[in-house]
Write a protein that binds this ligand. Structure first.
Ligand SMILES: Cc1ncc(C[n+]2csc(CCOP(=O)(O)OP(=O)(O)O)c2C)c(N)n1
Length: 695
């Protein structure tokens, strides 16, 4: 059985020829090769080929892939675990190790994670920081009977490797591979699916309440939550609820003093204070174990925290969370204590890899990097620029012209490229913590006072703030600009992070403008247009990563766009491709390629879902008998079903096909793989047009 899976880098431009004919040229190709041949090989330009396996199990040349070239790279893909780790398939195997062996196991785990993540990109620093904790928890507790929940879940790699996924860990975040986050359908050890922050306390409390109802008094429920996630509203709601209960709940506060970027807010300051100051030794109250032995442990147990005790939690710590023996001793004692309790541990994000410790933000999710030096291996952008950078740079330009422009981010300043504005106008950028609901209402407050807030939130996290968008912004027609980052399919982060619902959920809110740029210039023009719009909220959703234009082309002079106006991108006949946002580029390419088959679909870009261009829509329905809609969002409630409703309302009987995200959750994989699954890739669009047009 082969488990090859990963990425090949072609250092030089390479041409593969067959029968003297050039079939494909690339600089870089991705491949996925798993169990049963033949498997599809995907290339960056969206084309695919096939690999074959001969009877002896050796790969041989497929129709046009140069095998010797591929094999050389593929054989390096599967990492080898150290001897202790190689023997651990479940936590029962872990428990067979002696305590003295655990630090060595931690080293092996660290090396293994680094070997894999340096080649198959994923989250890194957070997992490196909790390796000792992961070992200690599975060593002391009886998982999966005892419930362990990882908040956000991006730090759960060691947990995954220790719970049966070592041999598939190198498939992490790839299509058909394991998820980058805990997922209930992947393992019984993943008791709760995570990806979004601050949910672990509520989920663990719910499980603890269920155990109480069932009389399972010996069952433990453990939520591991970072200092960043602890600032989220849900975490505080969970604390509030749990503190008034008798739940057998242990919260482990993993305090590494950083979120993705610098952590912000008063809780952060408070944690720093209680971590640093000499604590008073006489705790006023609490139910403490008697068997405390060494001085360190006594210290840990005798400390106090006003904040968590105000929530009726027994507070322990802070202790060194990268010290296995301290963790083991403390967890053994804490385990004996009933009711809600919180253990505060201090860890180092990126622990054990120098570059990751030094550059913690960069190594949160670094992409590919040199395993030895930590040097990042830059993606080859082919002289392109990301939408995020266009957004960040444009926002700065706008802010330079208008002092009322401010930016808001819920803990994602780097991800959303707000650094440009932070450098120049730090006082006009508000990082409000992992607090999307608050971010939206806070923006609404700024708007009431005449400011022009660019509330910049990833599409997937805006889901959290739906009521705030409706109640605090749209209902009051407050001119908040929503910069909806990473809209559409995001790729390897998978279903917890795909930004595919925003079109549908914003579409139904009155007073909203909802726009999606087809390219980088249009993003810029929409931002300019939105900055001058005073009638209510204006949402601009743009995709993750590189766009379609050359890096030198995006910075066009500002131009105000007519709100609600779409445009024709390509004239045609019989069929019309009606697009919203970046899928317009795929539609254009499909239409160009179809010309060779004498099929000439027209291509339209609506640009605005709301208000949309009714005049243009009537024109399309009258002129083109067959219509295909394309959107990088769920069809239900988005462009697709809205257009069908429009047809029905106006008595049109055109044949309509809707391409977009179907009514199911889309797994992780590369963006091009996922587009294909959703029939949004060029080939699928061509097929849809052929099917609709040909008799
Ligand atoms: C609701 C939500 N908002 C934003 C994010 C993006 N995000 C992922 S990890 C992270 C930082 C988490 O910090 P912390 O809890 O301290 O964990 P650490 O990475 O430091 O281990 C953020 C903001 C998210 N996952 N969910």
């Amino acid at each position: 059985m082969y488990y090859f899976s990963g990425e090949i880098n072609f250092i030089k431009r390479k041409e593969v020829k067959q029968h003297g004919q050039e079939l494909i040229t690339w600089k870089r190709a991705w491949f996925v090769f798993r169990a049963s041949p033949p498997e599809t090989v995907w290339y960056k330009d969206g084309t695919s080929g096939r690999l074959h396996q001969d009877r002896g199990g050796r790969l041989r040349q497929g129709s046009w892939v140069k095998l010797s070239y591929l094999c050389r790279h593929m054989e390096t893909q599967k990492p080898k675990p150290g001897p202790l780790l190689a023997a651990i398939d479940t936590p029962d195997d872990l428990k067979k190790l002696r305590e003295e062996q655990l630090p060595l196991l931690a080293t092996e785990l660290r090396n293994f994670i680094l070997d894999v993540v340096s080649v198959h990109p994923g989250h890194l620093g957070s997992s490196l920081g909790v390796i000792e904790l992961s070992i200690a928890l599975h060593y002391i507790f009886n998982t999966p009977y005892d419930r362990l929940i990882w908040d956000v879940g991006h730090q759960a790699y060691a947990h995954k490797i220790l719970t049966g996924r070592r041999d598939v860990f190198h498939t992490n975040r790839q299509q058909n591979g394991i998820s980058g986050f805990p997922a209930r359908n992947e393992s019984e050890y993943d008791t709760f699916g995570t990806g979004h922050a601050s949910t672990s306390i509520s989920a663990a409390l719910g499980m603890a309440a269920a155990s109480e109802l069932k009389g399972e008094t010996n069952r433990h429920h453990i939520a591991v939550i970072g200092d960043g996630a602890m600032t989220g509203g849900m975490a505080i709601e969970g604390l509030n609820n749990a503190g008034a209960s008798h739940a057998n709940l242990l919260i482990i506060l993993n305090d590494n003093d950083i979120a993705i970027d610098k952590n912000t807010g008063a809780i952060k300051d408070y944690l720093a204070k209680i971590s640093g100051e000499k604590q008073e030794k006489n705790r006023p109250s609490g139910n403490y174990p008697n068997g405390l032995k060494d001085n360190d442990m006594k210290e840990a147990f005798l400390r106090s925290s006003n904040l968590f005790e105000a929530f009726h939690f027994s507070y322990f710590g802070p202790i060194d969370g990268n010290d296995i023996s301290q963790l083991l001793t403390t967890l053994r004692e804490v385990k004996k204590i009933e009711g809600p309790k919180l253990l505060h541990i201090i860890t180092t994000k990126g622990k054990g890899f120098e570059e990751a410790e030094k550059k913690q933000t960069l190594f949160h999710a670094p992409g590919r990097f040199d395993r030895k030096t930590g040097a990042l291996i830059a993606e080859d952008p082919e002289n392109r620029i990301t939408y995020q950078e266009v957004y960040g740079r444009t926002l700065l330009e706008l802010a330079e012209k208008d002092e009322k422009i401010v930016a808001i981010t819920p803990a994602m300043p780097s991800g959303s490229a707000l650094g440009f504005m932070i450098n120049k106008f730090p006082e006009r950028v508000f990082d409000v913590g992992i607090a999307e609901q608050h971010a939206v209402t806070f923006s609404a407050g700024l708007a009431t006072a005449g400011y022009v807030p660019f509330c910049t939130i990833y599409s997937t996290f805006l889901q959290r703030a739906y009521d705030q968008v409706i109640h605090d912004v749209a209902l009051q027609r407050l001119p908040v600009v929503f910069g909806i980052d990473r809209a559409g399919l995001v790729g390897a982060d998978g279903p917890t992070h795909h930004g595919v619902f925003d079109l549908a959920f914003l579409n139904s809110i009155p007073n909203m403008v909802v726009a999606a740029p087809i390219n980088e210039v249009e993003l810029r023009q929409l931002m300019f247009t939105a900055s001058q719009y005073k009638e209510g909220p204006f949402a601009i959703r743009y995709p993750r990563g590189y766009g379609f234009m050359k890096a030198s082309e995006w910075q066009q002079p500002f131009e105000k766009l007519e709100i609600g106006k779409g445009k024709m991108l390509k004239a045609g006949e019989k069929a019309a491709l009606v697009c919203l946002g970046q899928p317009g580029n795929f539609a254009l390419e499909a239409a160009r390629q179809l010309e060779k088959e004498n099929i000439f679909p027209a291509v339209f870009d609506l640009r605005f879902l709301k208000p949309w261009d009714e005049t243009l829509l009537h024109h399309i329905f009258i002129k083109y008998n067959r219509i295909i809609t394309l959107e990088d969002g769920v069809v239900r409630g988005g462009l697709g079903t809205s257009l069908a409703a429009f047809a029905s309302l106006h008595g049109y009987h055109n044949k309509i096909e809707n391409l977009g995200i179907p009514d199911k959750f889309i797994e992780h994989g590369s963006k091009s793989q996922l587009y294909k699954i959703c029939n949004l890739d060029v080939e699928s669009i061509k097929n849809a047009v052929r099917k609709l047009i040909l008799p």
